[in-house]
Design a protein around this ligand. Structure first.
Ligand SMILES: Nc1ncnc2c1ncn2[C@@H]1O[C@H](COP(=O)(O)OP(=O)(O)OP(=O)(O)O)[C@@H](O)[C@H]1O
Ligand SMILES: N[C@@H](CCO)C(=O)O
Length: 319
């Protein structure tokens, strides 16, 4: 459940006075998501999402994220558009937090992604990359390669308590990945967390891309590697090359990959797998029993890492 901060009717009414989006018709908390508190808000003017940013989001970073969403929406990418208050501010205080209102996007995220979802997903990712090129401000990827070793170090000996041997094995995997990490691939604004629960479909077409709070300036092909991990493995953790091929073809229908990018796919996929393995491991160790948040199992990302460690070239991904 993700309503950590309750909003009273009075606080909401006072907050909405800053905006010009009509009067409240309906307001309710959204159970999905883990990072922030989200509410769906219907007013006499339409449907919106109200987000209250919780502790893990650094308020200093919020203008960059909202600026990116505004930029992408202006390029016709179906992403939430932050609504500005009458004074032009898109971030305002509410119930002891900083909050934003964004436009509501229709559609539902695919609970069982198929190859038919992966083609449009690839194309949407490439559009996102192209649309982001005019957004000049850079944000370093805190969860990129430079962040992985500190993350593993902070897991410390507890890694072995989650899975015996992981401390040594993950350190060795990290050495391998970082030594082979490519230099100078095409880069720009990436989503960095485009999992199925962040992509809405309507009538077979993509109707929304959400949750830009891990977005950063990094290699475009790394963003593809995140998606290959998140979309192209089956429930039994086998890799589905048909989905991967569809995703890469969809991507290349909009933005053809450079030879350096395709050559780097195996190591980029290992990097993306260890990134989610490490954040899940860290959360697994540091989330107290009985916490509101559901911890995500790191093991499926260890299995993905093992898969990518034995691929040799882009042809193993259907190219
Ligand atoms: N613009 C939007 N339009 C429609 N629904 C939205 C929108 N933004 C968020 N939602 C709904 O709120 C839910 C949670 O949003 P989101 O995934 O951004 O949560 P979070 O807690 O910030 O992130 P995380 O997924 O990292 O936990 C989504 O699954 C979706 O149901
Ligand atoms: N997509 C992440 C959660 C944070 O958005 C994961 O599956 O580990």
């Amino acid at each position: 459940m993700a309503v950590y901060t309750e909003v009273t009717d009075d606080a909401l009414a006072a907050f909405l006075e800053r905006y010009e989006i009509g009067r409240v018709v309906a307001f309710r908390g959204i159970a999905e998501g883990v990072e922030n508190s989200n509410y769906s808000l219907r007013t006499t003017e339409g449907d919106f999402i109200l987000t209250l940013y919780e502790k893990r989001v650094d308020p200093v970073e919020l203008p960059w994220f909202l600026g990116l969403m505004e930029h992408l929406a202006a390029q016709s990418l179906p992403c939430p558009l932050p609504v500005r208050a009458q004074d032009g501010a898109n971030l305002n205080p509410l119930a002891g937090r900083i909050a934003a209102i964004t436009t509501f996007l229709p559609g539902i995220w695919p609970r069982r992604p198929t190859a038919a979802h992966c083609g449009p997903l690839g194309a949407a990712l490439a559009r996102l990359h192209e649309a982001g090129t005019g957004y000049a401000a850079e944000r370093a990827n805190a969860l990129g390669p430079h962040g992985w070793r500190p993350l593993l170090d902070r897991c410390g000996e507890s890694a072995d308590r989650v899975q015996p041997g992981w401390g040594v094995e993950l350190a060795a995997a990290l050495d391998r990945i970082l030594a082979a990490w490519p230099e100078d691939l095409p880069r720009g604004q990436i989503h960095a967390d485009l999992f199925p629960d962040n992509v809405f479909f309507l009538d077979g077409a993509i109707s929304g891309l959400i949750d830009f709070y891990f977005a950063a300036t990094d290699y475009f092909a790394y963003d593809i590697a995140v998606c290959l991990n998140a979309w192209c493995f089956e429930a039994d953790l086998t890799f589905n090359i048909t989905k991967s091929r569809a995703l890469l073809r969809g991507y290349q229908s909009i933005r053809p990959l450079a030879a350096t990018e395709t050559a780097a796919l195996p190591v980029l996929c290992q990097g993306a797998a260890i990134r989610f393995l490490l954040t899940r491991l860290y959360d697994w160790i540091n989330t107290p029993d009985g916490a509101l948040v559901t911890r995500k199992d790191p093991m499926p990302y260890y299995r993905r890492l093992r898969f990518h460690a034995q691929t040799r070239s882009a042809s193993d991904y259907g190219l």
